[in-house]
Every structure is written in structure tokens, then in C-alpha cells.
Design a protein around this ligand. Structure first.
Ligand SMILES: [Zn+2]
Length: 217
């Protein structure tokens, strides 16, 4: 059973109930670690009913309740709010990456929501509005791999239609021998699951233009 920390936040009025739930929209707080109560105050100060997100995932992985899950959120504008659940991860993923504990909680939360609403699409705030949120370093590849329990780099091939032999690997700013990461073996190519890298604290992102897997702390 997923542990959600109840916050009992007081809204200016009861938020409107949401009639459709088709997707999950992910955000970063663009700040240091921050609580649902603090974000609630930020959003009250903007004249909103209260916190616009449904869930807040703290740096230590704790999941805090924001706006009631069945209500219309205020996180992704008119084109995003009506049919979505908004999840914010505390942190700024323009400059850093989510913690291992945060990603674990995010995956558990998404799986829990999908078990109740069906196979919700998972997108970023940037997919519905002109924003960098949830940040250039948010690890989409890792998230998708973890949700599907698949090898991240095998999935990369399906997603991007690149030939894996053309892929470069850069670790901490240096090009590395990709055979360390990709076990290229003729036609029977096998790949070391890059999710393992996150478990030892390394972030993995994909630059599709440069066809490069970027690994960094
Ligand atoms: Zn956002």
C-alpha cells in the first residue's frame, strides 16, 4: 500500500471535481526541497484556492497530498488541468536530478494511479505549455524504463529509431567506450540496464539530436 502523507490543507473553497482523468502531468518545484504546505502558501499568495498540484514528492521520497485527487488542479493551464493529475517533485531539474528515493516514489505513485484510473499517459508540464518544467535534466528515459520494467537502452532504440551502434555515451563530460555500457555483440546485442546507474546515484539522460546517452552525477 502506497504511503501518502495527509496534509489536511485548507482551501479557500472546495476545488471543483474533475470529470475526466486521462493523464499525469509531472512538474518540478524549481526550488530546494519544499513541503506541500509551503507550496500551498505560495499558491494562496497567487490568489488561487490553494496548492495546484495533487501530489508533492519530497527529496527524501515522502509523498505528500496536495489538492484532493478527484479535483481539478491548477498546474498546467486550461489545456492541461481539466483531465490530469499534477505531480510535483521538489527540486530544480534544470540544475540537478531527482533523488533515487524520489524516482522510486514517483514510479510507485504512477503505478498506483494507473491501477485505479487505467493506463494514464505520463507527460511533462512542458508538453502542454511553453515552460522548461520539469527541467531539462528530468530523466524521462529512466522513468519510462522503470514504468515498463524494461531495459532503458533497448527502449531507447524503439523510441528514437536510432541504431544503437551509432549512439555515443558521455560520462561526467567525457566520451567513454560505450561497450562499458552497451554490450554490442553483433546481431545479438544486449544492453546493461542503465537503470542500475541511477541506483548508484548517476543520472541518465538522452540527447536525441547528438544521439548521446549522458551519464552524470
Ligand atoms: Zn510545472
Amino acid at each position: 500500500m502506497l504511503a501518502i502523507v495527509e496534509t489536511n490543507l485548507q482551501f479557500k473553497r472546495t476545488p471543483t471535481r474533475r470529470s475526466r482523468t486521462n493523464r499525469i502531468i509531472i512538474h518540478h518545484s524549481a526550488s530546494a526541497d519544499v513541503s506541500a504546505a509551503t507550496i500551498h502558501q505560495w499558491h494562496l499568495n497567487q490568489g488561487w484556492l490553494g496548492i495546484g498540484y495533487h501530489y508533492v514528492i519530497r527529496s527524501n521520497g515522502m509523498i505528500e497530498r496536495g489538492r484532493p485527487e478527484n479535483s481539478i488542479g491548477s498546474h498546467s493551464g486550461p489545456s492541461g488541468n481539466g483531465d490530469s493529475i499534477g505531480i510535483v517533485l521538489a527540486g530544480n531539474f534544470q540544475t540537478s536530478i531527482p533523488t533515487v528515493a524520489q524516482m522510486k516514489s514517483l514510479v510507485e505513485l504512477i503505478k498506483d494511479l494507473r491501477s485505479r484510473y487505467g493506463n494514464l499517459k505520463v507527460i511533462g508540464h512542458k508538453d502542454v505549455m511553453a515552460t522548461a518544467c520539469p527541467g531539462a535534466r528530468f530523466p524521462w528515459l529512466e522513468l519510462r524504463a522503470r514504468l515498463e520494467e524494461k531495459d532503458m537502452l533497448a527502449k531507447l532504440k524503439l523510441d528514437t529509431q536510432v541504431n544503437l551502434p551509432d549512439v555515443n555515451v558521455v560520462m561526467e563530460g567525457k566520451a567513454i567506450d560505450k561497450s562499458v555500457i552497451l554490450n554490442v555483440d553483433g546481431k545479438d546485442t544486449t544492453y546493461i540496464p542503465a537503470v542500475v546507474l541511477r541506483d548508484i546515484g548517476m543520472g541518465v539522460t538522452w540527447d536525441g539530436t547528438a544521439k548521446t546517452v549522458i551519464i552524470e552525477r
